[in-house]
Design a protein around this ligand. Structure first.
Ligand SMILES: NC(=O)c1ccc[n+]([C@@H]2O[C@H](COP(=O)([O-])OP(=O)(O)OC[C@H]3O[C@@H](n4cnc5c(N)ncnc54)[C@H](OP(=O)(O)O)[C@@H]3O)[C@@H](O)[C@H]2O)c1
Length: 334
């Protein structure tokens, strides 16, 4: 019996990556897409061969649908996740699950009570290149780990993109969650936030970029950068007592990309070539297995809640600087 999906919102990420992934999955059936706009829903439905619905609640009320993919702007996630869970649906929600630790706790607790799967689509962690990097560290490939750095930055998007509106959550929630989650993955669950800076666009009321400095109990330092106003960069690097390990294309490798981990040591550089992997498909496999009771999700759920707490702490501790007018600032801003 396939997992019968409905999609809330005709989002770009749904059109480009997730819906093709749903359609290609042997254990998933795409039943319907819902939009606030009937014409938009009809266009998506025609493109992907499913039903069109106007209004998200209509889709949630459909008993034929058992699971929801939710790619709405970040600040709307919590409300619609709650409604989807109350309607008895399993939910795959785009990152971040909510906009605060409090919301993450409430929603994961609701899913637990209702015995429904709720997963945050942090799909990059499904890619085995990160496990390989962890193995190299554990094998002592760079000696003792001293520091970790990670950057996820993307070039400016059109001015009407949701990321430049309060509803989109800004750079910390939308982009910063990746390097923070990566630091958690490699450095453990005892990270403290020792400093952070957020560049805030006062005119639009959103954070455009930022940086955070974290430390774990062993004294390993993490330098993290994120933003919506730089050239593209998506990588991380470990510095150890005897070498460095670099992972490029860390967060959004396309399915055809064959990763190469670079190990720099006194003796020279080794390149560790890995086969391509489809992390979208891997995430869907995980979700389907969880819905069928074949995968345990409690670790992922706990990490989602911890990530929300880290993001909250960074926001609270951050020194905020206000950006000067740039090409995408509202006219008249000063
Ligand atoms: N996991 C990943 O690799 C990945 C990659 C990219 C994005 N994302 C996440 O996916 C989500 C969507 O990103 P996106 O770039 O695809 O965004 P997008 O194209 O702007 O789509 C967001 C959708 O939300 C709906 N919506 C509801 N209320 C809205 C409002 N007030 N303003 C704008 N849209 C509203 C719209 O659908 P209707 O008009 O049809 O109702 C819109 O198409 C974000 O949470 C983002 O962080 C994840």
């Amino acid at each position: 019996m396939p997992v019968r999906f409905g999609v809330l919102g005709c989002a770009e990420i749904a059109q480009r990556r997730t819906i093709p992934g749903l359609l290609a999955h042997p254990d998933i059936e795409l039943v319907a897409v819902a939009s606030r706009d009937a014409n938009k829903a009809a266009r998506f439905a025609a493109e992907f061969g499913c039903a069109a619905m106007t209004g998200y609640q209509r889709l949630l009320d459909d008993d034929d649908i058992s699971a929801i993919y939710l790619p709405l702007p970040a600040m709307l996630h919590a409300d619609w996740v709650e409604r989807a869970l109350l309607a008895g649906k399993h939910v795959l929600v785009e990152k971040p699950l909510g906009s605060s630790h409090f919301q993450a706790v409430e929603l994961t607790e609701l899913a637990r009570e209702k015995r429904l799967v709720l997963l945050e689509n942090m799909m990059f962690l499904q890619h085995s290149q990160h496990r390989r990097a962890a193995e190299l560290l554990a094998d002592g490939a760079i000696g003792e780990l001293r520091s970790f750095s990670s950057t996820f930055t993307i070039p400016p998007k059109p001015p009407d993109d949701i990321r430049y509106q309060a509803a989109g959550g800004g750079a910390l929630l939308d982009i910063g969650c990746y390097p923070v989650r990566t630091a958690m993955y490699f450095l453990g669950d005892d990270l403290t936030v020792d400093g952070a800076v957020l560049r805030h666009d006062r005119a639009r009321g959103v954070v455009l970029s930022g940086a955070a400095l974290l430390t774990n109990a062993a004294g390993v330092i993490a330098h993290l950068n994120f933003g919506l106003e730089h050239s593209y960069r998506s990588d991380y690097e470990f510095a150890g007592s005897t070498g460095r390990l670099v992972v490029d294309r860390a967060f959004t490798p396309p399915p055809s990309y064959a990763p190469v981990l670079r190990l720099h040591r006194q003796s020279g550089t080794d390149e560790i070539a890995l086969p391509p992997e489809d992390q979208f498909q891997a995430m869907l496999n995980f979700f389907v297995a969880a819905v069928r009771g074949d995968e345990e999700t409690s670790t992922s759920v706990a990490e989602t809640v911890r990530l929300a707490r880290m993001l909250d702490t960074i926001a609270i501790r951050a020194h905020t600087v206000y950006t000067r007018p740039g090409p995408y600032c509202e006219p008249g801003f000063n």
